[in-house]
Design a protein around this ligand. Structure first.
Ligand code: FE2
Ligand code: FE2
Length: 245
């Protein structure tokens, strides 16, 4: 399995591994700063491949923060391998994540900053809890305020070995993937709750310029519009299914 590294913004790298059996990319993001951050560690078994990708950009021992959305193997499966390889690194996650899942699992205690931002040098990061969006009680997203990058995990999930960055529509392909998933054993990927629409609108209000997605192309452009469009897709596809049940 090979790794593709693409610079998708200033100091922002997308480290992509395509798993052909799933027809799916697994993307990991590296923000290089005085205190570099990795968002998504990847699966335990992909650690050597993702490590090689990070090494193409910087010395992985410099990593300071390792963050992810929720407790799941593609998000944080190799967390302890990364913590062993990067002695200065600390996990950064939601309060629920730190108390319920990550704190029990991680070989080094996780950090949770609540409403406070983390200054990594040039960049400022804010961890935003989004319970059950995309899924998991502990879920959250990470927003980089300077370049307005939203690390949005499984939102905008698209299949295929697609381009690293798109400036056109990613909501259409995400809609098709969601519809396909709902009639497959992977149905129920995103629970549609009374908070789904509110959470997506609150993320749109951040006006992100880059959406860094775990599966599929990242997006550069009007991130608020894309999030509101995704809100409509979720309401139509998932809300419609919930209403029909
Ligand atoms: Fe997930
Ligand atoms: Fe994922």
């Amino acid at each position: 399995m090979s790794v593709k590294v693409s610079e998708i913004g200033s100091d922002l790298y997308r480290i992509s591994v395509f798993v052909s059996d799933f027809n799916l990319q697994f993307n990991h993001f590296l923000l290089v700063d005085d205190e570099p951050l990795l968002f998504h560690t990847g699966f335990e078994r992909l650690f050597p491949v993702v490590y090689e990708g990070v090494s193409k950009v910087m010395d992985p021992k410099r990593l300071r923060w390792i963050s992810f959305s929720h407790f799941e193997p593609d998000e944080c499966g190799s967390l302890n391998q990364w913590l062993a390889a990067s002695p200065k690194a600390e996990p950064l996650c939601s309060l629920v994540g730190s108390l319920v899942t990550v704190g029990n699992y991680a070989s080094r205690a996780p950090r949770c900053f609540g409403q406070d931002a983390v200054q990594t040098g040039k960049y400022r990061l804010r961890y935003i809890p989004t319970p059950h969006l995309p899924h998991g009680w502990d879920a959250g997203v990470l927003f980089e305020e300077t370049q307005k990058t939203l690390f949005c995990s499984d939102l905008f999930h698209q299949e295929g070995d697609v381009a690293a960055l798109s400036t056109s529509d990613i909501v259409g392909p995400a809609r098709e993937t969601l519809i396909r998933n709902e009639s497959s054993p992977f149905a129920g990927y995103v629970p549609y709750t009374h908070n789904t629409g509110k959470l997506l609108s609150s993320l749109a209000a951040l006006h992100p310029r880059t959406l860094a997605t775990m599966h599929g192309s990242s997006f550069q452009g009007d991130g608020a519009r894309a999030l509101e469009d995704l809100n409509i897709v979720f309401r139509e596809v998932l809300g419609g299914l919930a209403a029909a049940a």
